[in-house]
Ligand binder design. Structure first.
Ligand code: P6P
Length: 316
């Protein structure tokens, strides 16, 4: 029932195992600490670049690194997470030899928006360890996820959690510090009046995508925050199609968003809510990852809108 605390809801409605409840609860503890840090970041000198670049050559925000440390510490403390992989670190890290889970994290997605006080998000994806190697543990197809979720840090701090076939939202109670059930059994509209894409890149898209977006936008409203979790969350609740197509301007398709810790967890959530997640040509959850940080085109959200985009590409 509404306002049920996170742990109890995970155990009773999601039938999550004790290790999985422990891991998600530890992510909740990390989210509380990050939410607190974000509120005072402008006063604590935590905004802006860290002056470092990630292994992927991208400027790191101070809070990216801070959030990564917080999350890894909480997961280590939970004891049930064996392996953690993150956008911020090149290789998977062993946290606990006996931990049965592998957790993949996009620590603070949209962090370049932090200085402007825009919404940011933490995305997580959880698998059972296979036991062969850390790489094998984190390079599983998205359909093997035990759970996936995100935390959106905005006017409220909300954690959305999906296990097979069920999506719930939990709002961080500012009075008790607990994540309490605020939306139960979320389903996403099969079609929508919203679409989310950065149309500034339209000239770089393939012709079929250009034609699709030009037609799809008629009678619809564009909504694009520039923070994946914020755009995804709005579309999950109201319906919407989020597109991040490949850039073909160099002659080869170049994509931006990551499969393992962005596309797969969000596609798992979308499908559990009755939506879909695709590259435009194939189901995201069916892809066998080959690299932890591999990038992929993404079309995700309302089921019929994703299907319409896939049909447009097939007809190309
Ligand atoms: P663009 C943020 O940098 C991010 O990784 C996602 O959160 C967001 O959806 C996307 O990039 C925005 O990219 O190229 O439109 O600014």
């Amino acid at each position: 029932m509404l306002h049920s605390p996170l742990n109890r809801q995970l155990a009773e409605r999601h039938h999550a195992s004790a290790p999985l409840v422990a891991a998600i609860s530890s992510l909740g503890r990390a989210a509380k600490r990050i939410a607190f840090e974000l509120r005072g970041a402008g006063l604590a000198g935590l905004l802006g670049d860290a002056g470092t670049t990630s292994h992927q050559g991208e400027a790191q925000q101070k809070l990216d690194l801070h959030a990564n440390d917080l999350i890894c510490a909480e997961l280590r403390f939970s004891g049930t997470t064996g392996i953690v992989a993150s956008e911020e670190i090149e290789q998977p890290h062993l946290l606990n030899d006996t931990g049965s889970l592998a957790v993949l994290i996009d620590t603070l997605d949209g962090s370049s928006n932090i200085d402007a006080n825009m919404p940011v998000g933490m995305i997580f994806s959880i698998y059972a360890r296979l036991g062969s190697s850390p790489s094998a543990d984190v390079l599983q197809p998205g359909c093997q996820q035990l759970a996936a979720g995100y935390v959106i840090f905005s006017s409220a701090t909300v954690m959305v959690v999906a296990t097979s076939g069920r999506v719930d939202a939990f709002t961080l109670c500012p009075y008790t510090g607990d994540f309490l059930l605020s939306l139960a059994a979320i389903t996403t509209p099969v079609t929508s009046q919203y679409y989310s894409v950065n149309e500034g890149y339209a000239a770089t898209w393939d012709p079929a995508t250009q034609q699709f977006v030009a037609a799809h936008r008629i009678g619809r409203r564009g909504r694009y925050v520039g923070a994946l979790v914020a755009d995804f969350h709005r579309n999950l609740l109201y319906g919407g199609l989020f597109l991040y197509p490949a850039d073909h301007s160099s002659g080869q398709p170049v994509t931006k968003l990551r499969l393992c810790y962005e596309g797969n967890p969000l596609a798992f959530i979308a499908e559990a809510a009755g939506g879909a997640g695709s590259t435009g040509r194939q189901r995201l959850l069916a892809i066998q990852p080959t690299n932890l940080h591999q990038r992929v085109a993404i079309a995700i959200g309302s089921r019929d809108d994703v299907a319409a985009y896939e049909a447009a590409l097939r007809a190309q």
